[in-house]
Design a protein around this ligand. Structure first.
Ligand SMILES: NC(=O)c1ccc[n+]([C@@H]2O[C@H](COP(=O)([O-])OP(=O)(O)OC[C@H]3O[C@@H](n4cnc5c(N)ncnc54)[C@H](OP(=O)(O)O)[C@@H]3O)[C@@H](O)[C@H]2O)c1
Length: 279
């Protein structure tokens, strides 16, 4: 089994099969939790300007004994900064807050189609990549039509599209579209925020067969679909257990059974990328 997920876009991008979400990991305790996760072998760390925790992520990067070049630090451009000059400044502010010389992966957080400035924002990300302050660039919550427009107007495809995905919202079409363009899909809220999803009988039955936890089964389902989940946990025990999900092998029938939970499923947050306004 491969240990990484790759795309040839942007000269080649390679991500671990699972990363760490950091929403609500802030301040001292947040930095400690992120540091612990790095100690537990996480190498892909998610963050965003809007989580107000780029400082905590930077602190964890400085604290750890893991060499900087092994870590893939992600941040995201907030919706209020899509205008080109503001996007450029905001990327630089992310660097200052992180205290790093380079951000490994920088994403546009939401497309905000009604504002209609995401192409400008993308041009600022392309420029940041050319200047070397960002290594790889991508998007989040982008629909195929938004990605097609980026390609048409700038000629540069995102290496990553981070989407809300979990068994209640498997969005197989979006995953297949991204794969067809060579774009790596990351899953946000991969555990459906750890609520009723983990009590679903189909997931619990597979967990019993594999002597695993329901959360591990859900994370293994993402990885079986070629998707990179970024579960958040403040607890070292759950971080370790989530990370070990990459050792589980589901059968294709099990993957299909979990995907079928999405037939009557729903997004955990009722937000549509086509209309959502988040600044
Ligand atoms: N791009 C976007 O628009 C967007 C939007 C939302 C989130 N994100 C990113 O995606 C990351 C993950 O999404 P998320 O934080 O919304 O949800 P999530 O990772 O699906 O769920 C996190 C919740 O599940 C709990 N949990 C973690 N591991 C568990 C386990 N093994 N068993 C039971 N419960 C467990 C956590 O509690 P404990 O901490 O107590 O373990 C937390 O309450 C975020 O942190 C953020 O980095 C991106």
């Amino acid at each position: 089994m491969n240990d990484t997920v790759r795309t040839e876009l942007q000269g080649g991008v390679e991500l671990p099969k699972i990363g760490l979400g950091t929403y609500r990991l802030n301040g001292e305790s947040g930095a400690r939790a992120i540091d612990a996760a790095i100690g537990a072998s996480y190498r892909l760390i998610d963050s965003a300007f809007n989580y107000d925790n780029e400082g905590a992520v930077g602190q964890a990067v400085r604290n750890t004994e893991v060499p900087r070049e092994e870590l893939i630090i992600t941040s995201k451009l907030a919706g209020r900064y899509h205008a080109y000059d503001q996007a450029r400044d905001s990327i630089e502010e992310s660097l200052f807050r992180l205290g790093l010389d380079q951000i490994d992966l920088y994403l546009i957080h939401w497309p905000l189609p009604k504002v209609d400035k995401y192409v400008e924002a993308w041009e600022a990300l392309v420029n940041a990549q050319q200047r070397g302050i960002v290594r790889w660039i991508g998007v989040s919550n982008f629909l195929p039509e938004h990605i097609e427009r980026l390609e048409k107007e700038t000629g540069v495809l995102p290496a990553v599209n981070q989407l809300q995905l979990h068994p209640y919202f498997p969005d197989t079409e979006a995953v297949e579209y991204n794969a067809s363009r060579g774009i790596i899909t990351e899953a946000w809220s991969p555990l459906g925020r750890g609520r009723e999803l983990l009590d679903e009988p189909v997931i619990k039955d597979i967990a019993t067969r594999l002597e695993a936890t329901p959360a591990q089964v859900v994370l293994a389902w993402h990885m079986a679909r070629g998707v990179v989940p970024i579960p958040k946990s403040s607890s070292l025990e759950r971080q370790v257990s989530n990370f070990e999900a990459q050792n589980l092998e589901l059968t294709s029938e099990e993957v299909a059974a979990i995907t079928s939970l999405g037939i009557n499923g729903h997004r955990v947050l009722d937000i549509e990328p086509a209309t959502h306004e988040e600044f």
